[in-house]
Design a protein around this ligand. Structure first.
Ligand code: ATP
Length: 220
């Protein structure tokens, strides 16, 4: 299951705090976090990925309580259990598609599982592009590489930040289908942060968390 309670984030200097409503969804769920620009969607994703430590609160991802882990344990947990497709894809420009997909193993100091890399290339329709570099890809192709990299180590939690921003209907649909299939293939919970209303129509069964706009009340 994915659950949090009492979560709040305060920025350096304590100027502003964001309190997130409590949430719980079963493992394997589809979750949509939506709300207006600046309401805290990316911030919540950073907390869920163990990249940002909240001021307060509890977080449970499967059997793990990431906020109780030491920094090094949390890094290891993130590498193994969390896949993140960031808003800006952050592909390594000097590396080929195949090498980008292998990065999660390299970053963890593990031998590259070449069979898994090949499987992902195939599943995401990237085999013919394996030797290209990111600047030789379309936006949709680059996004597929980012999705492949995120699911490479079969995470239990797959997070995607605005994956359909700037995509037309057909490409947005394709991106969502890929994320859905990629999550299903590794039996991960999939959480998407978005302000794209199309997603709510496409996934009527999703658990939806609507974050309110931040108001002056959050100002300390
Ligand atoms: N490092 C930071 N220091 C101070 N404030 C920050 C920092 N990062 C984000 N914020 C503030 O926290 C709030 C939430 O930002 P966040 O990026 O999470 O919103 P968002 O909902 O993802 O926005 P968008 O839809 O525009 O990407 C904003 O008011 C933002 O200015």
């Amino acid at each position: 299951m994915l659950a949090w309670s009492g979560l709040s984030v305060a920025w350096a200097g304590g100027a502003k705090a964001i309190a997130f409503a409590d949430f719980e969804a079963p493992h394997g769920a589809r979750v949509v976090v939506c709300g207006p620009s600046g309401c805290g969607k990316s911030t919540l994703l950073a907390v869920l990925a163990g990249l940002l430590t909240p001021q307060q609160g509890q977080l449970q991802v499967g059997d793990t309580h990431p906020l109780s882990l030491k920094a090094s344990e949390r890094d290891a947990w993130r590498g193994q259990q969390v896949g993140l497709v960031p808003q800006r894809l952050h592909l390594a420009q000097a590396l080929t598609v195949q090498e980008n997909l292998a990065l999660p193993f390299v970053a963890a100091g593990l031998p590259v599982d070449e069979a898994r890399v090949s499987q992902c290339l195939q599943q995401l329709g990237l085999s013919a592009l394996a030797q290209r570099r990111p600047h030789e890809l379309s936006v949709g192709q680059a996004q597929r590489v980012a999705i492949g990299r995120a699911v490479m180590r079969s995470p239990t939690l797959l997070l995607a930040d605005e994956p359909t921003a700037h995509l037309d209907d057909a490409h947005a649909d394709a991106a969502l289908r890929l994320l859905d299939e990629a999550a299903q293939a590794v039996q991960a919970t999939l959480l998407i942060a978005t302000h794209d209303q199309r997603l709510l129509t496409r996934w009527p069964q999703a658990h939806v968390l609507r974050l309110p706009a931040l108001t002056g009340l959050e100002l300390a």
